[in-house]
Design a protein around this ligand. Structure first.
Ligand SMILES: Cc1cc2nc3c(=O)[nH]c(=O)nc-3n(C[C@H](O)[C@H](O)[C@H](O)COP(=O)(O)OP(=O)(O)OC[C@H]3O[C@@H](n4cnc5c(N)ncnc54)[C@H](O)[C@@H]3O)c2cc1C
Length: 472
């Protein structure tokens, strides 16, 4: 047994340490498997005090620590690229309290996103941010990435739903940020912490805002023969002043994968479908639904279907939320990109992506939050084929370039992590980056909590993205 294992086991017990090579390898990456590094150990504390003791020990012994929730992240954030230990919140899964009167939940941050809404359902409440990974991802991961989801078009992203946090700083100090009422006195440190990608501290408990479940919903599926018509319909719906709860686009390749996996009944000959949901009080929903149907038809929809009951609605959402998983039916590997563009540029950017796909000779599927202009091009490739992998990565770079060229942003919800840190210099000036470094330094002066993430490194020593796994 190594000295590292013994030191960690003294804090969290034998059950709380993973040190065998095979077991550690399961923590080598997050959802970006091209970027992998096996940590020296994985530690699984159960309480804030244990997290504090682990971080104090790591601080004293100059060991890097990488926080990890469920490892569903898509920017390499939970990967120990500079070595060190992974601190997993997988045992911190309790919903501590639900207060129906104040509409809040106090949770440990390792709780799975959907479990919060399940617990809150009996009070008629829910936690609104609903990443498509919500059956697996944790609240801690959502906080770190400031995650979104299909329904954040109407309800906002994670930062709009976190009132207070308990966090452990890299030297082991426990701090409480914000207030359960949501009041901000002085600087909004909760706002600063949310989206810090595990580089400021480890969030161990959070007070979340819950919202009432909608009284009624209308869920529509617009079917289009041309992708351009679908994207023009998106702009037309928003321009008409309607704010759907969700407005998602799924293109033909994704439909093909979803149908192969689940046989839901999406039209396989369509170029794209729009999944549109309205929610709120019953009065007025039908009028809005009719207006959306008319707008889609005016912009070239072949038909607009309406879910007749809850089971039809669930089936449509299954198609969307399980789309990423279904991609395995048509490709051995895919690389999910995440960037944001001004919504009005959607039609032209989708044309550009099609051109990139043809030029790089890789298939690119699209399933994304169209209402917010948050694209997710899925670049399909075979990671056993180094040359094809290079083309897939080059296509990804070109997509990012194209999004930036139309005034877009590097990430909508998956974060910068290790994946896009070198791109930060393209978007921000040295002065901007220096200001960000100084903010990080206030929380994480040694830089040993989640090192070499988010900000570009003066000497990147991890070979990404040039060295695909399995590709030599
Ligand atoms: C199929 C699929 C669909 C997805 N759909 C969406 C989507 O719709 N919207 C969206 O926003 N994202 C989506 N994602 C990305 C991902 O699920 C989110 O980023 C999610 O919030 C990550 O949560 P996690 O628990 O898996 O975090 P991890 O991947 O384990 O970690 C992510 C980051 O959070 C940090 N972290 C984790 N826990 C803590 C903590 N307690 N304190 C401090 N830092 C911490 C880690 O260090 C890392 O930097 C999707 C991913 C997949 C695989």
């Amino acid at each position: 047994m190594s000295a590292l294992h013994r030191a960690l086991a003294q804090i969290v017990g034998e059950r709380g340490v993973v040190s065998g090579h095979a077991a550690r390898t399961t923590y080598e990456s997050d959802g970006i498997t091209l970027l992998a590094a096996v940590p020296s150990a994985v530690v699984l504390p159960e309480t804030t005090e244990e997290v504090s003791a682990v971080l104090s020990w790591a601080h004293a012994n100059e060991v890097n620590v990488v926080p990890r929730g469920a490892g569903t992240g898509l920017s390499g954030g939970a990967t120990a690229i500079e070595g060190g230990i992974v601190l997993s919140t997988a045992r911190m899964t309790r919903v501590l309290n639900i207060d129906a009167e104040t509409r809040t939940a106090r949770v440990q941050t390792g709780v799975v996103n959907i479990h919060v809404s399940r617990e809150a359902a009996s009070y008629g409440l829910m936690f609104a941010p609903d990443p498509s990974s919500q059956t697996a991802c944790t609240i801690g991961g959502n906080i770190a990435e400031n995650s979104g989801g299909p329904h954040t078009l109407k309800y906002g992203v994670t930062t709009n739903h976190v009132l207070a946090l308990r966090a452990v700083l890299p030297d082991g100090e426990i701090v409480d940020l914000g207030h359960d009422t949501g009041a901000t006195n002085g600087y909004d440190l909760v706002g600063l912490f949310v989206g810090s990608e595990g580089t400021f501290g480890v969030a161990t408990e959070a007070t979340l805002r819950l919202v009432p479940r909608a009284e009624a919903t209308r869920t529509l599926l617009g079917v289009f023969d041309r992708v351009r018509d679908a994207s023009e319909s998106v702009s037309a719906i928003i321009a008409a002043g309607i704010v759907p709860a969700a407005l998602e686009m799924i293109d033909r390749l994704v439909i093909e994968a979803v149908e192969a996996a689940f046989g839901i009944g999406l039209p396989e000959d369509a170029a794209a479908v729009l999944l549109i949901e309205l929610d709120g009080v019953e009065a007025g929903l039908d009028e809005d639904a009719e207006q959306i149907e008319a707008l889609c038809m005016a912009h070239g929809a072949r038909e607009v279907r309406r879910a007749k009951n809850e089971s039809e609605r669930s089936l449509l959402w299954k198609a969307r939320k399980r789309a990423f998983g279904a991609m395995g039916r048509i490709s051995s590997t895919y690389y999910t990109h995440d960037c944001v563009i001004p919504r009005s540029r959607l039609p032209e950017i989708l044309d550009v992506i099609e051109d990139i796909s043809a030029r790089q000779n890789v298939k690119i599927a699209n399933v994304f939050h169209a209402g917010d202009g948050n694209l997710h091009p899925l670049i399909l490739f075979d990671d056993d084929n180094p040359e094809e992998t290079e083309r897939a990565l080059a296509a990804g770079d070109e997509v990012l370039e194209a999004c930036l060229a139309v005034g877009g942003a590097l990430s909508g919800e998956h974060g910068i992590g290790a994946e896009k840190r070198e791109w930060m210099s393209r978007v921000f000036t040295e002065a901007d980056l220096d200001a960000m470094k100084r903010v990080r330094h206030a929380f994480n002066p040694t830089g040993r909590l989640n090192p070499n993430k988010v900000l570009p490194s003066p000497s990147p020593c991890f070979d990404w993205p040039k060295k695909p796994r399995g590709g030599g």
